[in-house]
Ligand binder design. Structure first.
Ligand code: PLP
Length: 439
């Protein structure tokens, strides 16, 4: 290691904390400044100097400490191994992208033909190939449009189809999505009026029929994706509402394009359109397993009206999202789909192997049964049988602060590392992170 550039001994022979400029000349830090930006490296240096001043580290260890604390990228976002057992963890950015989608993002991040036909050299329709991919996967959809997220899809539908008009919605479907955002308020923010029908637990097709009139923009069916209602309940199906002379928009939330046998209660785009929905809206980063975006699928004339609305420009997605979405739709099984379908026996074997490995190194680890969940405000109440490596609770904070960070789940005084949400390819990294936490 080359510490030549960092004199730490003063004239009086006492060890001093080197100045920032001197430290930034350290070859490792100078290289990092070129890669990550001077400001990022300087922040690490200043933090290390502070640690030396408080006596936490030795004055001559400042350069090493700063180098060790450098972030992986110039962004504050750090890589995390999701061992929570929640497949779509909202606070971890919901769906992890497939390798195919990551590769597509990397290519699209440079100059790319997002709005150019390289054959003719002329301008081309933005996102044409991802829109084609969506319609190929959901043949019931005549057309597709992509916006920034599921909420944006709803806003665009409301602004286009119901300005100054009424959106007819069941009182049982007035959903709060999360973080205090409520679908009724979101819709009202566009200037549409909500016409609530039915009661919290029961709404019949007749309730809708009685409310539909000249002032109706559309009927909205919202999938109550993050809660369950049982008992004396009744909701109208899309098929019961399509004959009322107004468009029916179905907000399915999860982004399933076709039925998922493991999640029979989750609505999918194909089935909704088959049942007669004129438009379906959904998120891209839930069960579809793609990037954050919102999908609008359905009747060509309506999709076109939405896409031509002035707000569409404000809600449009960037080229990297288009690339990731297309690779998700055309590409191999997503990490989310693989995690959902992983056999419990395979997860148990992985947990057993990891626990045995770590125990062999003197770490208190054992394989335990666990219960995983879909998450992301989807499939509430669905329990996915899983397996976890249980380590001491005190590991939880150390794992969280490691690189990569590991998020586990603290349960009954143990930190559970649930393997259903960890891609098998990350098992070695997970083991290394536990070793690091045990040191
Ligand atoms: C998640 C969800 C939304 C919001 O989608 P975002 O992509 O988070 O904006 C809207 N409606 C339903 C039914 C949902 O599940």
């Amino acid at each position: 290691m080359d510490r030549e550039a960092v004199p730490v001994v003063g004239k009086d022979g006492r060890r001093r904390i080197a100045r920032t400029d001197t430290l930034l000349a350290d070859p490792r830090l100078a290289e990092a400044a070129g890669r990550l930006g001077r400001g990022v490296v300087k922040a690490a240096v200043v933090a290390a100097q502070r640690r030396a001043r408080t006596g936490e580290i030795a004055p001559d260890a400042v350069a090493d400490a700063a180098a060790a604390a450098l972030p992986v990228t110039a962004s504050g976002l750090r890589p995390v191994i999701n061992a929570t057992g929640v497949l779509l963890h909202t606070n971890l950015g919901r769906a992890p992208l497939s390798d195919a989608a990551r590769d597509a993002v990397a290519v699209a991040s440079g100059a790319t033909d997002v709005e150019l036909d390289l054959e003719t050299g002329r301008r081309a329709r933005r996102g044409r190939s991802v829109l084609a991919a969506l319609v190929e996967r959901v043949p019931q959809a005549e057309a597709a449009h992509v916006v920034n997220n599921g909420a944006a899809a709803l806003v665009l539908a409301a602004a286009t189809l119901a300005p100054g008009r009424e959106i007819v919605i069941s009182r049982g479907e007035m959903v709060e999505i999360g973080d205090g955002f409520r679908i009724p308020e979101l819709l009202a923010a566009t200037g549409a009026r909500l016409r609530e029908v039915g009661t919290t637990n029961r709404t019949s097709p007749d309730d809708y029929a009685a409310a539909v009139g000249a002032g109706t923009g559309f009927i909205l069916k919202v999938h109550p994706s993050n809660f369950r209602m049982t008992g004396f309940t009744r909701a109208a199906d899309v098929a019961e509402l399509t004959g009322l002379g107004v468009p029916v928009v179905a907000d399915i939330g999860s982004g399933l394009l076709a039925p998922e046998p493991l999640l029979p209660d989750e609505p999918d785009a194909a089935s909704m359109l088959k049942a007669g929905a004129h438009l379906v809206t959904a998120s891209g980063d839930k069960l579809l397993g793609g990037p954050q975006c919102g999908l609008v699928l359905g009747r060509r004339d309506l999709v076109r009206r939405l896409a031509r609305h002035p707000l569409a420009r404000a809600l449009r997605v960037d080229k990297m999202t288009l690339a990731a979405l297309e690779a998700t739709v055309r590409g191999p099984r997503t990490p989310t789909e693989q995690a959902l379908h992983a056999a419990a026996g395979t997860l148990r074997e992985r947990a057993g192997r990891l626990a045995a490995l770590l125990r062999g190194e003197g770490i208190d680890a054992r394989a335990v049964e666990s219960e995983a969940a879909v998450g992301g405000g989807g499939a509430p109440g669905v329990v996915l049988p899983s397996a976890a490596v249980a380590v001491p609770e005190a590991f939880a904070a150390r794992l969280r602060r490691g690189v990569p960070a590991v998020m586990g789940r603290v349960e009954d005084g143990r930190c559970l590392l649930d393997l259903r949400s960890v891609p098998p390819g990350q098992d070695d990294d997970l083991a290394e992170a536990v070793r690091e936490a045990a040191r």
